[in-house]
Design a protein around this ligand. Sequence first.
Ligand code: SDX
Length: 429
Amino acid sequence: MGKETLTITDNRTGKTYEVPVEHGAIRAIDLRQIRVSDDDFGLLSYDPAFMNTASCKSTITFIDGDKGILRYRGYPIEQLAERSTFLETAYLILHGELPTRPQLEDWIYHITHHTMIHENIKKFMDGFHYDAHPMGILAGTVGALSTFYPDAKNILDPANRQRQIYRLIAKMPTLAAFAYRHSLGMQYAYPDNDLSYGGNFLNMLFKATELKYKPDPVLEKALDVLFILHVDHEQNCSANAMRSVGSSHVDPYSAVAAATAALYGPLHGGANEAVLRMLREIGSKDKVGEFLKKVKAREALLMGFGHRVYKSYDPRAKVIRQTAEQVFTVTGRNPLLDIALELERIALEDDFFVNRRLYPNVDFYSGIIYQAMQFPVDIYPVLFAIGRTPGWLAQWQEMLTDSEQKICRPRQLYIGSAERDYVPIEKRK
Ligand code: SDX
């Protein structure tokens, strides 16, 4: 292998330039030296939707899209899903190492004792319509948390960041559950510190008149695995929003609100909700062929399929499919699963999908489990947000502590009007 450099010849001037290659990339700023005249700004790289642009160096998550590999801090997702817990994985993703027992106990203690929210939050939670989408409520209320913790602005103080990290991981389920109870017109069920993270979330969602809610251990475990699978996914749309908004040095609650808004979109975290609606619209296995004809005619997307990075089976979808079988032993088999399996069977053999390397992603099967667990469809993206919060915070913290990072402010290629004079309204055509 030759030198780790790129030699660029600018045919406009005949000049050649040598730029270093590091980690398989060149620095876009090294292109600025390539000019056609002294007053030329210099060459820019143009990359709409960042299809081929690395925005940062990261040690958090590794994905190999061709091989279907996903690792958090080097640990394969399959091992973490099988042997870890969501809070332990959250610790790993934020601190870079698996916790010792005392570290894990301290971590769980702090998160468990930050699950309550200020009573005033209930007042504006009650202000939403009964049918307000819980993602809209979540984005609004997590952003509002910034007003309850003004010290969160001290984002460069590690101890302060840690306090906000405890609060955000702990309070997202409470906000989510309160939003759900509001939509039902039910009184809020408060956190129960005797329960696990997932068990307490189920308690705040589903507790009725019993004195103490007892979560089903199979569902509690399944929820914990689903949260693990959603913890982080390198520079996805919502992580990019977290980093970009956080780069202005705003508090983490406002940055998480922005990330939540990005996740809400149907092309991102909103896809799990869209998958369920799609399966319901198809209605039965024998209608799958007809629906796929619409997809191939570009009249519909096959929601839960395709991925910017994975050009093979999303490793998370594999684990979710296995988890589904465990959940169905408790809830009974979800008939929508048969439609999903038929969709997958046909799509994986059909050239339209094979040629575009479209495979099931994390959202294809998660909705089927959530539905079997009696979660309402519109809360699915909220479950994604709860699982992803530690990842957003890890990306945010890595950005803040990276000496190469500063406020995100991309350039543009201006192709609009040249200078022109104002035209009085009477002279306009
Ligand atoms: C998540 O980035 C992450 O890591 C996200 C995520 C995470 O953990 O954070 O993994 C979570 O968001 C998973 C993705 C959930 N979204 C969906 O399931 C929505 C359906 N999927 C598509 O919208 C799409 O596949 C994306 C948005 C996921 C990826 O889109 P890309 O990479 O921009 O690909 P593309 O739109 O350029 O598609 C390439 C081709 C196109 O066909 P051509 O125009 O080239 O002929 O594939 C087609 C697309 O039309 N295509 C689909 C399709 N996805 C892509 N056709 C039908 N159904 C689909 N789902």
